[in-house]
Design a protein around this ligand. Sequence first.
Ligand SMILES: NC(=O)c1ccc[n+]([C@@H]2O[C@H](COP(=O)([O-])OP(=O)(O)OC[C@H]3O[C@@H](n4cnc5c(N)ncnc54)[C@H](OP(=O)(O)O)[C@@H]3O)[C@@H](O)[C@H]2O)c1
Length: 246
Amino acid sequence: MKVIILGATSAIAEATARLYAGEGAELLLVARQPERLAAIAADLRLRGAARVETALRDLADDGDVAEAFVGFIAALGGIDHVLLAYGVLGDQKAAERDPATARASLRINFTTAAAWALVAAEALERQGHGSLVVLGSAAGDRGRRVNFVYGAAKAGLATLVEGVAHRFANSGPRAVIVKPGPVITPMTEGFANRKGLMWASPETVAAVVRRAADRGGPVVYAPWFWRWIMLAIRLLPTPIFNRLNI
Ligand SMILES: NC(=O)c1ccc[n+]([C@@H]2O[C@H](COP(=O)([O-])OP(=O)(O)OC[C@H]3O[C@@H](n4cnc5c(N)ncnc54)[C@H](OP(=O)(O)O)[C@@H]3O)[C@@H](O)[C@H]2O)c1
C-alpha cells in the first residue's frame, strides 16, 4: 500500500497516517514544517510503516502542481491512496472586511486543494485504480454567519470531489469527500468548551477517513451522525434558520 498525504502535519492526517503505518504501508508525507514533518515520519517508522518519505512544500503554492505530483509518485514508486488534508479555518470577520483575506482563505481551502485533487484524479485514472480521499467539512453544507467563507470553500471542494467520483463511476479508481463535524485539533484550539458528543477526536475521524479510502462514499460524514444533523440544518426553513445562532 503506497499512500501520499498532502498536509501530513494536520492532526487528522497524522492520526490517519498512524493507521496506515500499523498496516505496514509506504507513506509520502507532504507538508511545510520540516521539524514537525521529520518528527511525524520518525514516529510512523516506529509504528510499523514499511517506508516513510517526506517532501517539503507549501501546498498553497500552486505553481507546478502537476509536475510536483508526478515527483511525489516517483519518490514513492507508485500510489494507491491519496489523502488531501490541509486547510485553514481562517478569520471569518477579517474575511468579511478584507477581500485579500477572503481570497487567501478560498485559495488555500478551495483553489489549490482543487488543483491537487485534479492532478491526483488524473494519476489515478491513468493507472486505473486507487483512492482519493479529501477532507471537506460539514460547514460546507449550509452557509452560516460564523464561518461561511471557509464553508463556501469546503462546499466547492465537496462538489469537485463528487464530480471526480462521478467521473470514476464506471472505472477502477474512487474519490470520496469526508465531511467532519467539529474535531479537537489545533484548528479549533481557540474554541471554548471542546467537549461533549458534538466534538470528535482526530482518531475517530481518522478511522472514518481510512475506511473511506476502501469503501463507501462519495460523501462520508465523520462521525456518521453529522449526515443527519446537516440534513436537518439544510431542511430548516430560512425564517427559523435565521433565528438560530449556530
Ligand atoms: N478540526 C475541525 O474541527 C475540522 C472540521 C471539519 C473539517 N476539518 C478539515 O480537516 C482538515 C485537517 O484539519 P485538522 O483539524 O487536522 O487541523 P490542523 O491540525 O490544524 O491541520 C491543518 C493542517 O493544514 C496545514 N496547512 C495549512 N495551510 C497549508 C499550506 N499552505 N501548505 C501546507 N500545509 C498547510 C497546516 O500546516 P501548518 O501547521 O504548517 O500550518 C496543518 O498541518 C482540514 O482540511 C480542515 O478544514 C477540520
